[in-house]
Design a protein around this ligand. Structure first.
Ligand SMILES: [Zn+2]
Length: 65
């Protein structure tokens, strides 16, 4: 089910209007380039974590050479 950011709720597919918009506020929720916000958060969090581990690994190397 698509998530409407403006209404802070999930909108059932059957509730969407003809353009794939939210029935309450009209924000278009379906489209070819729509990425769920929680997926973007996950990607950013993973990137930060990997960067942190990389820095940690470099610090370890610096102390063991
Ligand atoms: Zn809405």
């Amino acid at each position: 089910m698509p998530w409407c950011e403006a209404c802070q709720r999930e909108v059932d597919d059957s509730e969407l209007d003809e353009e794939g918009g939210c029935p309450t506020c009209g924000t278009v929720l379906t489209g070819p380039h729509r990425v769920p916000w929680h997926f973007r958060v996950l990607v950013v969090a993973t990137a930060i974590y990997l960067l942190y581990r990389l820095v940690q690994g470099l610090m370890w190397l610096a102390h063991h050479i």
